[in-house]
Design a protein around this ligand. Structure first.
Ligand code: GUN
Length: 254
């Protein structure tokens, strides 16, 4: 049996289309079973929920991913809650979120999982380090902080209401930027030698894709830094494949 991933995309968001295309292409490259459901913008809540329920019962499908954001008229939370936790390869379902909190999990959201893999592969020790995460989204910031905490980092989460953010980021041995603002992290916010991880994907008016970190100036003082594109992004896809494999393995019980 092949591990199988179903990806659902609703509407015409150009960035989402690119991400979904990459996920599908990687499934094919690895020889996995993949199904894509590209639904029109006017899809109703009932239709979307019915599709997820059908995939919940489909034995060929081990992982279900609903690409976010959904169009405004759809209830994202209700859709995510419909996915069977065993097939929730994004780890967005409350059961999986709770498992991450207590450190007992099968799936980790793909972006934070990819970052932890980059950190481990680069032989960066987290234990005892000062870690600062900028951003508190459910997809990246919160699970990222939790994973660093599980590795015995001392973690601070900064966000849009944080005061004196520079004073905090300057203490970081490991700095993760998941803000969604181009060039938000400048060199004066970074401790020399810090490991800087850039989760941002910001499209400039001239069409260029840049991260949340002002790469050229921060690269000069960072100990290590991830580029955009080509840093965290490909790891996110790799982790989705790993979560799908885990989901398939768990259904086979081997
Ligand atoms: N939109 C942006 N990142 C993600 C992701 O990791 N999963 C899903 N489903 N949607 C996203």
């Amino acid at each position: 049996m092949l591990p199988g991933l179903a990806v659902i995309i609703v509407g015409e968001d150009p960035a989402s289309k690119v991400y979904v295309g990459r996920k599908e292409a990687m499934c094919q490259e690895l020889g996995m079973h993949s199904e894509k459901f590209a639904l029109p913008e006017e899809t109703t809540q009932e239709e979307l929920v019915a599709l997820v329920e059908k995939l919940n019962c489909d034995d060929k499908v081990h992982g279900i991913l609903v690409q976010l954001p959904l169009p405004k008229h759809l209830d994202e939370k209700a859709v995510i809650n419909t996915i069977r936790p065993e097939k929730d390869v994004d780890a967005f379902h409350p059961v999986n979120v709770g498992k991450i909190m207590i450190g007992d999990y099968d799936f980790v959201p793909c972006t934070p999982a990819g970052i932890m893999e980059l950190i481990a592969e680069s032989k960066v020790e987290v234990e005892g380090k000062t870690c600062v995460v900028i951003g508190r989204s459910n997809i990246v910031g919160k699970p990222m902080s939790m994973l660093l905490l599980h590795k015995n980092g001392t973690v601070t989460t900064c966000h849009s209401r944080t005061k004196n953010i520079k004073e905090i980021t300057k203490t970081a041995d490991i700095l993760v930027a998941a803000v969604g603002r181009a060039n938000f992290v400048t060199a004066d916010m970074v401790k020399p030698g810090a490991v800087v991880i850039d989760v941002g994907m910001n499209r400039l008016e001239d069409g260029r894709l840049v991260g949340d970190v002002a790469f050229d100036e921060v690269e000069r003082i960072a100990g290590a830094i991830t580029p955009v594109p080509g840093g965290v992004g490909p790891m996110t896809i790799a982790m989705l494949m790993q979560n799908t494999f885990t989901a398939a393995k768990n259904t086979l019980n081997f």
